[in-house]
Design a protein around this ligand. Structure first.
Ligand SMILES: [Fe+2]
Ligand SMILES: [Fe+2]
Length: 469
């Protein structure tokens, strides 16, 4: 069904024919706009931003471009088309028809899963709300705002499910999603990574590379869900999510490129000289990668998890790309897990968070290969790496252990003394912040980052992607 833009809330779920739901969502809408005004990129409400908006969920319509003021963006409810005859693809009820309603016994688990996912969407907008003042170019500023409005829409996607399928509890949860705030002492966001401040663009690129990619993996596992409305919602969100990771991967790639130029100019890889020249030395970039990768790894949960087992067995949450696996029931399989107490055989069902984390890390390698190729071509030995999944864990069997980024257990004192060799120190952060000078002349770039290979939607790089009021 194409998206109906004539209504107050654009949607392709025939909202007009469900008056109660429509009224409930129309009641929530002004609260959302108020939240956007207070917690979103509020100083840019009058700017015209070259944004992409979905007009239908098929390949032709989901990306149409034009100048929009962010508060006028048409946030709405878009689900991927229903797959006729779709059956459950995994777990103990594999092969049965998927559910169009929430089965009573799974109600609270599903609500928790949807709320936890939904909470991350507005959280990231809050984390990024002041970055516009430090943008390295209009091209980047536009990309930031594109991500922000889409995360706002992802909140709508989850709020729709809560309102449509969870009655009064769902409506209360929808209000709470606007009441918690990133980093708030009393009412923080649910997950730690979404309470970390993002106060510079290097962090933004790392966040969109690592944390939005976690989002991709969560959405992919929900896209497999037996609860069909959740699956359809997440399938459409994935088409938008790809751009967020693109911003991260190309952003870090452009930082690497600029640094290599500076190294060549200076004939040196001395971090002190590179910093004095206003660029990000590669060891510093590595610290940012270590920080955001390790923080994002926690989002997958404990290696051994009975919740993960239940969610899978009952059909709520599959593995990303479930159809690529042979066994979809996993009742008689074990996984060998490395724990601090040595190798341990764990029933596969209980180890699914780890399975997901492993495939996530493989996906993370792709960008690193690309960046390292550029470093190698420039004739340097330095290589960027991903930290071990044991490093800096705040959850699971490696929680709080003094492990270095290669995965080696160290004496606690040594670990504490050396921690800032691996993640940014206050001085590192202050230096990166000092680089963040706002550049808003069309086509110009800040000195610490190379221009992108091409503009947006085939437009030239010096196009005025954001017209500041
Ligand atoms: Fe999102
Ligand atoms: Fe995202």
């Amino acid at each position: 069904m194409s998206i109906n833009y004539a209504e107050k809330i654009p949607n392709n779920v025939d909202l007009a024919n469900d008056r109660t739901l429509q009224r409930a969502l129309e009641h929530w809408q002004p609260h959302f706009l108020e939240w956007w005004h207070e917690m979103g990129p509020s100083d840019f409400e009058k700017a015209d931003v070259y944004l992409r908006t979905a007009t239908s969920v098929d390949a032709q319509g989901w990306a149409s471009y034009g100048a929009v003021k962010m508060p006028d963006y048409r946030w709405g409810i878009f689900l991927a088309d229903q797959t006729p005859g779709r059956t459950i693809g995994f777990g103990d009820r594999m092969g049965e028809p998927v559910w169009q309603q929430v089965p009573g016994e799974h109600r609270s688990t599903l609500r928790r899963l949807i709320v936890t996912q939904g909470d991350t969407e507005p959280a990231s907008v809050e984390q990024q709300r002041l970055l516009g003042h430090l943008c390295p170019s209009l091209y980047d500023l536009r990309n930031l705002f594109q991500i922000n409005v889409e995360e706002g829409r992802h909140l709508w996607a989850m709020v729709y499910l809560l309102h449509a399928y969870f009655g009064r509890d769902g409506r209360e949860e929808a209000e709470e999603l606007l009441a918690r705030h990133s980093g708030d002492a009393d009412k923080p966001r649910i997950l730690t990574t979404f309470n970390e401040p993002i106060s510079d663009w290097l962090s933004l690129y790392c966040f969109t590379y690592f944390t939005d990619r976690d989002g991709k993996y969560q959405l992919k596992s929900f896209a497999e869900s037996a609860f069909d409305p959740l699956s359809r919602t997440c399938r459409f969100m994935l088409t938008e999510e790809a751009h967020h990771m693109f911003v991260g991967e190309t952003g870090i790639g452009r930082v690497v490129k600029r640094t290599l130029e500076v190294m060549k100019e200076l004939g040196s890889d001395d971090p002190v000289k590179i910093r004095a020249h206003g660029a990000v030395d590669l060891p510093l970039l590595q610290k940012y990668l270590n920080f955001w990768c390790s923080s994002s790894l926690d989002l997958f949960g404990s290696e051994i998890s009975s919740n993960a087992a239940t969610s899978f067995a009952s059909g709520l949450k599959g593995r990303p790309d479930e159809s690529q696996y042979q066994d979809h029931v996993l009742r008689d399989v074990v996984l060998k897990l490395d724990t601090p107490e040595g190798a341990q055989d764990v029933p596969m069902l209980n180890a699914l968070n780890e399975v997901m984390r492993e495939s996530y890390l493989k996906d993370c390698e792709i960008g690193l290969k690309r960046w390292n190729r550029a470093i190698e071509r420039a004739g340097h030995d330095f290589r960027l790496t991903l930290p071990s999944s044991r490093f800096r864990r705040a959850i699971g069997s490696w929680v709080g252990l003094p492990v270095d980024p290669t995965g080696k257990l160290l004496p606690k004192q040594e670990y504490e003394r050396r921690l800032h060799e691996w993640i940014p120190s206050n001085d590192d952060r202050a230096f990166v912040r000092s680089l963040m000078q706002k550049v808003t002349e069309p086509g110009k770039m800040a000195a610490w980052i190379a221009p992108p290979d091409r503009g947006i939607n085939n437009l030239p790089l010096d196009y005025e992607y954001v017209h500041l009021a």
